[in-house]
Structures are given as structure tokens and as C-alpha cells.
Write a protein that binds this ligand. Sequence first.
Ligand SMILES: C[S@@+](CC[C@H](N)C(=O)[O-])C[C@H]1O[C@@H](n2cnc3c(N)ncnc32)[C@H](O)[C@@H]1O
Length: 212
Amino acid sequence: MGSGMLPSGAYVTYEHEYILIFRKGGKRVFKNNEKALRQESAFFWEERNQWFSDLWEFQGKSQKFKNIASGRERSAAYPFELAYRLINMYSMKGDTILDPFVGTGTSMFAAMCTGRNSYGVEIDPLLAETVTNNALLLKEQLNDIVVKRFQRHTEFIEQQLELGKDKWYENDHLNTKVKTRQETNIKLSIINDIFHEDEFVTVTHEDLNPKE
Ligand SMILES: C[S@@+](CC[C@H](N)C(=O)[O-])C[C@H]1O[C@@H](n2cnc3c(N)ncnc32)[C@H](O)[C@@H]1O
């Protein structure tokens, strides 16, 4: 900071990064057969309130390369939560995400976790290969994220019930209450299998079914 605790030489560090959101053309139009998938891909009310606020606070990602060989010292990886939120906010299941600078693969892994397809481009062949290999090992880790997301929702509902809030809708797929009608068809996907198929990593999903 320039002069520790002593005035007056310190400078203010730039601790926030901006996310720029662009749209090509007009608002997306959903065709008939896409409407149901859009409903399934909705997010919870309390997530909407947090995700569409103008300040996100979460920890940065360690910059060490884990299980990845690279000539570089720092990965420049961003936190999984960043990619996870943006993918949920701006795409629906079955859509395709493109990351032109894939690095350690964070956005492709978030795409796998949310039932989206993805393409990644990476100039470093060592990184590209290890991202593919790591993708095959992520089933438990990514499913844990979805299960914890659902747990956060049920905890939110419990807190609201304790506060005496009583206007609710039911989401039948998840056996839980939700705040708005738009959440009644949400389905959360968990990964069934991840395997190599030709030159691609293929991921199959099933619906999270908390009734089981
Ligand atoms: C900031 S890192 C991306 C980190 C990534 N978001 C993550 O979470 O791991 C940028 C990546 O882009 C790659 N890159 C740089 N120039 C490129 C190019 N022309 N084509 C493809 N990849 C490139 C770098 O090798 C680096 O891995």
C-alpha cells in the first residue's frame, strides 16, 4: 500500500473487477419447444436477488496450477462461482458456451455442472490436454456443488417459514417450496457419467430427485 499504517503516501488498491455483459441483437426469442427447458433452467428467487445485484463477493481462486503441467507460474483462473452464476443467468440447459481463453477449464467445468454444452480454445497444448483429462474426474465434485445449492435453498425456505412468511408455491420436481411461480418447474441436473467419445468429453445428466 506504499506506506503501511502511516499517512500520507499510501494508494488505494483496485480490488474489484467488472463483468461486462453484451448482447448481440434484440432480446432472445424462445421457440415453443424451448419454453419448457427455459422454465427448468430458472434459478431460485433468493439466487436472483444475489446474482443480479451489482456486487459479488467471493474468494479468489488459488493461482497455483493443480494437477496441470504448464510453463507458466500463475494460472490466472477465476473462481468457479463466477462462471457458474453467469452461465445460469444467461443461458439455459442445452445451450452452448464458448470460452476462447480456456486456461484451467473453469467455465467448461461450470457448463458441465449446469447441463450446458461447451467449446474451449486454449493456445497452450499442455493446458488443453490436462483440462480434458481433469474433466473426466469431476463427477463427484460438480454434483456436490448442485447438492449444496439445493441445500442452501431448503435452508432459505426454513428460515423464511420461521419468520412466518406464508405465501409459497410448490416445486414438484424438487419436493420443496419456492417463492414465485416462475420457480415451480426448476429441475436441477446432476451428472450421471463423464466419458471420452471421439474427440469430445461427453457428459450425461439426470434430474436431482430429493424425494429418493
Ligand atoms: C486468464 S487465462 C484464463 C483462465 C481461465 N478463465 C480459468 O479460470 O482458468 C487466459 C488463457 O488464455 C490462453 N490464451 C492466450 N492467448 C490465446 C489465444 N490467442 N488463443 C487461445 N488461448 C489463448 C492462455 O494460455 C491462458 O491459459
